[in-house]
Design a protein around this ligand. Structure first.
Ligand SMILES: *Cc1c(COP(=O)(O)O)cnc(C)c1O
Length: 393
């Protein structure tokens, strides 16, 4: 096996982890098999007792899934990766693998809605409690530490307001208190940000988003050390079962080959769209880390190589005006997914943040006029034209 760390990012993204079969296939093979055959009863026994390495059953290991895991681990700069059935399965397996009843988590307020639900309604049943803090208020992370705190959990940039958290500073607070820092790196992907190199202990992915990049299938991943990920979290997958299908692993594997090219174009388009939105009369405020007006533009320049594909903005006239912009689009898709070649447009206040109270929405900064766009790979001029109609009524 090559030492992939000696190669640059794009070479790793195209080639790392591939082991060719005796057929000599050029593209990665898809191993659609639930179990593996042994030469003899003795070999079966050796595999089960783990005195001989090798595949047994696809809930434990599968060559296509392993290929995806090795490639993503190398891209994030981690020792080990395990692939999961979805992004939520990655977060759930991480919590189950690293925590026990009585433990405490500190999480940023601005994390994915299903993650908040998981922490508040499911983990709480098993006596794992969570305190939510303001992502960029470092003192609030320290102040929330209890004697039973084990895990810090954050996303940066946040959804939909693109708020940033300082990974290095939060990792320092976590480590000073003997806690682990988990970073959900879904929005940036390793092409733009590598949390492990900034001090994070675990990186989580929803592969459903930019890693696939074409909105085809669900998947997730956890990356970190051999001890934490290869033992504690892998044990949950092996016995709990939220594993990635080999078919999906193959799609994500091919997605990784074009990850950087796609991310560069997502960033180009998003940057141009944000600059253009700044000049539109009916746009009140824009949230994009690449703009000098973004309160954490300097931090974004420091911890990300570019500014990402998500842009949020508020239009004048509240929900009615926002819905008008959304309904006037003909190119963009009105759908909840993000990280797709196809641009997606959503109204957070009535969808992803629709079930919380008006008071909670205000506290979270989700205004009725807010629109979120995951900028895709279409021609930028067509995207601008698509928004112009609804913005100028
Ligand atoms: C979508 C998403 C998830 C959950 O991933 P699924 O693949 O939908 O389970 C987790 N975190 C973030 C930031 C996401 O955008």
């Amino acid at each position: 096996m090559n030492n992939w760390n000696e190669f640059n990012f794009n070479t790793r993204a195209v080639r790392a982890g591939q082991v060719r079969s005796q057929e000599g296939e050029h593209s990665e093979a898809m191993f659609l098999t639930s179990s593996f055959v042994f030469d003899s009863a003795a070999q079966a026994a050796a595999r089960f007792s783990q005195t001989e390495p090798g595949n047994i059953y696809s809930r434990f290991t599968n060559p296509t899934v392993r290929n995806f895991e090795e490639r993503l681990a190398v891209l994030e700069g981690g020792e080990c990766c395990v692939a999961t059935a979805s992004g939520m399965a990655a977060i759930f397996s991480t919590c189950l693998g690293l925590l026990k009843a009585g433990d405490h988590i500190i999480a940023s307020q601005s994390i994915f809605g299903s993650t908040v639900n998981l922490l508040n309604t499911i983990l709480s049943k098993f006596d794992v409690s969570t305190t939510f803090v303001n992502l960029n208020d470092l003192e609030s992370w320290q102040a929330a530490v209890q004697s039973n705190t084990k895990l810090f959990f954050m996303e940066t940039p946040s959804n939909p307001l693109t708020e940033l958290g300082d990974i290095q500073a939060i990792a320092d607070i976590a480590h000073k208190n003997d806690c682990l820092l988990v970073v959900d790196n879904c929005f940036c992907t390793p092409a733009l940000q590598q949390p492990l190199s900034l001090g994070a202990d675990i990186v989580i992915h929803s592969a459903t988003k930019f890693l696939d990049g074409q909105g085809r299938c669900m998947g997730g991943a956890v990356i970190g050390t051999k001890d934490l990920v290869g033992k504690d979290i892998f044990a949950i997958l092996r016995s709990g079962g939220p594993t990635m299908s080999p078919f999906n692993a193959w799609i994500f594997l091919k997605g990784l080959e074009t990850l950087d090219v796609r991310m560069q174009r997502h960033c180009d388009n998003a940057e141009q769209l944000a600059i253009w939105l700044e000049k539109q009369q009916n746009v009140e405020r824009i949230y994009y880390p690449g703009l000098a007006s973004h309160p954490q533009h300097e931090l974004a320049k420091k911890q990300q190589s570019r500014f990402g594909g998500l842009v949020a903005f508020e239009v004048k006239g509240g929900q009615e005006a926002a819905w008008k912009v959304i309904d006037s689009t003909q190119v963009m898709s009105i759908t909840a997914n993000l990280g797709d070649a196809k641009t997606t447009i959503t109204h957070p206040a009535s969808t992803t943040h629709g079930r919380i109270t008006e008071e909670q929405r205000q506290a979270a900064g989700i205004q009725p006029g807010l629109i979120r766009i995951s900028v895709g790979l279409e021609d930028i001029e067509d995207l601008k034209a698509d928004l112009t109609m609804g913005l100028n009524v």
